[in-house]
Design a protein around this ligand. Sequence first.
Ligand code: F3S
Length: 396
Amino acid sequence: MYLTREEEKMYQGEYGPAVEKSMEILVALGDIYEAEKLVEITSAQISGVSYKTIGDAGLEFLEDLAQTAQVQVPSTLNPAGVDLDHWQELGFSEEFTKRQLRIVAAYQKMGIATTCTCTPYLASNLPTLGSHIAWSESSAVCFANSVIGARTNREGGPGALSAAICGRTPLYGYHFESGRKANLVVEVKVRLKGADYGALGYLVGQEVGGGVPYFQMVNKPDPNNLKSLGAALASSGAVALYHVQDSTPEYHLALRGLEVGDVELITVEEADIRVVREKLSSTSKKPDLICLGCPHSSIDEVGHVAELLKGKTLENDLWVCTSILVKAAADRMGYTKVIEDAGGKIVADTCMVVAPIEELDYKVIGVDSAKAANYVPSMCGLEVVYDDVENLLDLK
Ligand code: F3S
């Protein structure tokens, strides 16, 4: 791979061991993906934060790296394993939390903002159209590429961290316009609402794998719908980019220049969505905890939950997962009080998948996210019910 003179110096260790190690990782990745060179990035988003997923080996690696590493571009963190401020009242153990706090402190020492969210674009890390970035949370990658029109591959945690430290990432794949063409047209013949978007994403992700779907929809999705759709596409498949006709910024380029045969066509009917929705529930038992906010809730999603709960009492426990920044806005707007008065909680910094939720006393988790429905059984060993938020909340 071609390196500039400056990059050669970085690679040779002239800027210290952290930059040298990170350049080695980037060059190795570039070789694997046949990148000809590196490209400078404007932002990084780093996964590999929860102690549940990275363990002691990850903690030690990060503490060691933090002795010498500093990020070169604005960088944010994925969710951690606990709410960093309210872990005790949620029932998380001190032993787990102590290690979790050390991980977050190591990242902070490297200059990374500890916003701890999978929706960084709602919380200070918002790239611009066409900018090159290195993000590693799969749902955020999908949103950044598809809804914002920024350019990133699906980086792993170490790749994104190395890119943040060097301010560069290998130039291949979704960084090129040619890598952003659709290969599957999905004609959606049903008007979608609520959890239908996740079901659609789950269905199409399985079909397209690592390809690029192009949706033609009856209705116009809002950014929250697109957030759910992308997360599901990225979890059942390996989708990093999708287009929605008349909605996403690059849809008009997605099919341009393609030949007949380059693109397949499928249609999605009401019955297909219904079947997937049923399949995403692993049980018909009543959930004892409802977890919303996968990906992390926007302020209007939190407001919608508060509206549903106003003056009511919840029969099941409720977590509304979000970032600390959205939580601060919810506090100010009175949503937190309404949700807490009904018996629910706004949970910042973490989520139902990366928290050690299996150590708490819950058996069945209710979710309105296809990504969460996909991962809760395998990552937490709990049963899951998939439905619209209005149907999940058990109110009196
Ligand atoms: Fe975010 Fe956790 Fe879902 S990291 S996308 S809320 S699984």
